[in-house]
Design a protein around this ligand. Sequence first.
Ligand code: PGA
Length: 249
Amino acid sequence: MRKKVIAGNWKMNNNIPATVQLISELKNKLSGSDVLVIVCPPFTSLESAKNQLAGSEIKLGAQNMYFEDNGAFTGEISADMLVSAGCEYVILGHSERRTIFQESNDLINKKIKKALSSGLKPIFCVGETLSEREENITEKVVELQVKEGLAGIPESDLSNIIIAYEPVWAIGTGKVATPQQAQDVHEFIRNLVQKLYNAEIASNVVIQYGGSVKPDNAAELLSQKDIDGALVGGACLKADSFVSIIKSA
Ligand code: PGA
């Protein structure tokens, strides 16, 4: 049985006081659950988040990192910095990074490898744009993202990777994929992992759905056979809606 994993991608929201406030609300509202909960605040809030999370089961993640260890990379953050700030997870390959910051599959692959070798667990995002879906090339696009993103990553690392399927047209738009549309791509990804690795790894890999997940659509999405959790943007910024999504899981 795969455990359900609900992660909150705060994006560029919440300064330090707002971080402390949101995390203390989450801690108050969340009492022991079987769901793995991860929050991913902005870099500047990570340390405060970590302190505020003390004694809680909620895990900490970051939203990005660079693959080099250190040096002249102005504005970038390394895996080691994230580990020292208390992160266990890191979102990599988010569509906003791919589109706004032109991140390629190859760059994302380097980041995934560095994250893994530093002891961070990547939440590796893939997903097609609206025009790609309309051209009926969703599977082709997602296949390339998964293959190139996971290139050279050994079997033994797969238990430390979460894959997040996030159709770009559903992110922040209020247009959620239907449970069937999401399930179809999740099943496709799981079969692809089986081809690239093996059946056991494919049946264990956690595949989250992301894109306008809200309290009123979460339960149906999360009841699909191959949907193991959610990567939540907008709805994770309020404790009530995030907790309600966690409860549906
Ligand atoms: P959304 O964002 O829930 O606001 O659509 C999801 C994401 O970008 O991870």
